[in-house]
Design a binder for this molecule. Structure first.
Ligand code: GLA
Length: 346
């Protein structure tokens, strides 16, 4: 349901601020993650400021193929139609991931683990069906999401994909996606991508894929950041290192939490002026840095659009409100937005 307040806002609001997509028009596209609810409740904001969307959940494995051979495309189709209607491009997210993949994928009818050949066959069939269907709507896919191990020296995260198919599932996923749509730009996508140890592992993985001639064209930096971390130097070092592989880069899931990751405070009911200023300063510095890499960075997507809807309201602290975006709960520009208007391309 759209509340009365929201409906009045979207009808009466005549925006006078510059559009984000215009501010960065000579630099990169500006995207937002959306879902069937937010394309209604945030439609005016999305249409005005953004020129790219990503489905928040609707194109993940479990959403698209909940049972073997039974596809559910309705919601994903609605999001693709929204992009077309508003002249936006769309990123596809995501084909192979250890989360939000259904149980049946890894098991036979008796519930026993399947073998490698069967898993790769299922993967191929899913990728061909999905990438083929959205060929005309989606220009870039997050083909493989989050396979790097966060802790220790191990390169790859333990998962059913890895247990059953071995490391080869990664290269195969890119090959199947490339077969299904030779024009799609194919990404490896991960979080904590600017932390030095994880950055080096992501680099190692992607480099080895390139050495095997795997069709991979980009690295997605999820960029789930907060107002303190990672440091500008760490972000710059990550951009440099990834760019040295000669691939295009995109920020795919940007948000700027008001809390450090391990901060458990729950007393804040609205952001203080100091926090809003800190966030503004941080967005300003980060976008200045991103503009330096405008030849490598082709798109910056936020993991949402305005503070009325963010996954961070529940993560990592259940029920705690967060305010990670450039627009407030009523879709009005925040101090951070106004700082970015000063970066407009001449
Ligand atoms: C990861 C995934 C996204 C999303 C976020 C949390 O970053 O790539 O699809 O699930 O976690 O919302």
């Amino acid at each position: 349901m759209i509340s009365q307040e929201e409906s009045i806002l979207s009808k009466s609001n005549r925006r006078t601020e510059a559009a984000l997509k215009d501010i960065f028009t000579n630099d990169f596209r500006i995207g937002a993650a959306v879902n069937p609810l937010t394309i209604r409740t945030q439609e005016e904001l999305l249409a005005y400021h953004f020129n790219s969307i990503t489905a928040e959940n609707e194109m993940k494995f479990a959403s698209l193929q909940p049972e073997e051979g039974v596809y559910a495309f309705d919601e994903a189709d609605r999001l693709a139609a929204f992009a077309r209607e508003h002249g936006m491009v769309m990123r596809g997210h995501t084909l192979v991931w250890h989360n939000q993949s259904t149980g049946w994928l890894f098991e036979d009818k008796q519930g026993n683990p399947i073998d490698k050949a069967t898993l790769l066959e299922r993967m191929k069939s899913h990728i061909h069906t999905v990438v083929g269907r959205y060929k005309d709507d989606i220009y870039a896919w997050d083909v493989v999401n989050e396979v790097i191990e966060d802790e220790g020296d191990g390169l790859l995260r333990r998962s059913k994909w890895l247990d059953i198919a071995g490391p080869e599932f990664i290269a195969r996923a890119f090959e199947y996606a490339h077969e299904a749509d030779p024009h799609a730009v194919l990404f490896y996508n991960d979080y904590n991508e600017s932390h030095p140890a994880k950055r080096d592992k992501i680099y190692t993985l992607v480099k080895s894929l390139l050495e095997q001639d795997v069709p991979i064209h980009g690295i997605g930096l999820q960029a789930h950041w907060n107002v303190y971390d990672p440091s500008l130097d760490e972000i710059r070092a990550a951009l440099e290192k990834y760019a040295s592989l000669g691939l295009q880069l995109q920020l795919t899931e940007l948000d700027m939490s008001m809390f450090r990751f391990d901060d458990k405070r729950t007393d804040l009911t609205e952001p203080s002026a100091e926090l809003l200023e800190l966030q503004a300063e941080r967005y300003d510095r980060i976008f200045k840095l991103l503009k330096e890499y405008r030849n490598e960075i082709t798109s910056v997507t936020f993991w949402g659009a305005a503070d009325d809807y963010t996954w961070l309201d529940d993560f990592p602290i259940r029920g705690r409100k967060n305010w990670p975006f450039l627009f407030d709960g009523l879709h009005r520009p925040k101090p951070a937005f106004y700082r970015l208007t000063e970066l407009a391309s001449k």
